[in-house]
Design a protein around this ligand. Sequence first.
Ligand code: GDD
Ligand code: MN
Length: 378
Amino acid sequence: MESLAMEHSSVGVSAQPCQSADLAVIIPTFNESSNIAELVRRIRASLQGIRFELIFVDDDSPDRTWQTVRELARTDPRIRCIRRVGRRGLSSAVIEGMLATGAPFVGVMDADLQHDETLLSAMFGTLREGDVDLVIGSRYVESGGIGEWDSKRAAMSRFATSLSRFVIKQPIGDPMSGFFMLRREVIDQVVQRLSGQGYKILLDIVASAESPLRVRELPYTFRARFSGESKLDANVLWQYVMMLFDKRFGHIIPARFLMFALVGLSGVAVHLGMLSALMAASMRFAVAQGTATVVAMTTNFLLNNVLTYRDKRLHGWRFVKGLVSFYLVCGLGAVANVGVASSLYEQHYAWVLAGVAGILVGVIWNYLASAVFTWKKA
Ligand code: GDD
Ligand code: MN
């Protein structure tokens, strides 16, 4: 053994491997290049004495945030950048960052300096003491605050927070916080169940834990953005609603299928409304029924495109191709529906049963086939 060590040192290999980080801070970014230098400067100052690394996960920002990060990384090996191409999403970015580190403690914070970086070392200290799994930087506990938000955004945040009670069982003041730190075992325990959609990664983690986590909330005041602008928009809000569905009912029925079926139900109403209007205008039944069918398929397509598949929304030429493929899919679905229903009816099942079975086959076919042919991955 000794001679081996001797040999190594004689060729200049250090006997002591360099020590890796105890804490990784994951920072999702999209168009944040003007915030990076200041953020890194402040984190370095607040994490002095702690072995940490910073993992930026950038979704190929047009402002080249990834390049800004890489330039910094050349001067400081504790900084890393994952550049994801053709992908978007805060939650999924955070998950990938978390999986890219071996550190035993993992924190998450935004890049825009709205989160108070001076809290990081207290969060880390709390976790290290060993009797909590998750520390949350919280706006909604005593001495925390939302800073300069206008009353509309404040009300929206409170409303979204109260909706979260549908999916988490333990009392948490600020389950929507994007600022938190946890033990890596928690991540390993939940990662396969995460929905990974939208913004609410913390809520996703808490809702996916099998047993209640030991949580501590530390107050801080949400600050104004240092530079750049927020990416929170209608898409993000909708993803939140879909995630709540997914967490609540996802084990029984996929949230997307539920949405698709609800849209289908609205199509029935559209169809009947249209049919009665055309009949009142004394159109021939067959023509009226055909027109109502096309109109209902079209409204179904439009609604599915903005709601069910909001994250894969089709535009321009792909929208036209999608509509045509949706007509074809639904046309085949109707054939399957009528086929199954008639065959059951001939086998002397009650007409209601036969009818419902036909509808179910049609809806399931439409859902699966349109997922593959209409809203396929770009
Ligand atoms: N990689 C990646 N991909 N990052 C993203 C994306 C994305 O699609 N969208 C946003 N980000 C990054 C932003 O660049 C920023 O660093 C961070 O995620 C938060 O985005 P903001 O657009 O600044 O969100 P916000 O300020 O409206 O909301 C934040 O604060 C709320 C209150 O704590 C988020 O952290 C929310 O999750 C949180 O509820
Ligand atoms: Mn922000």
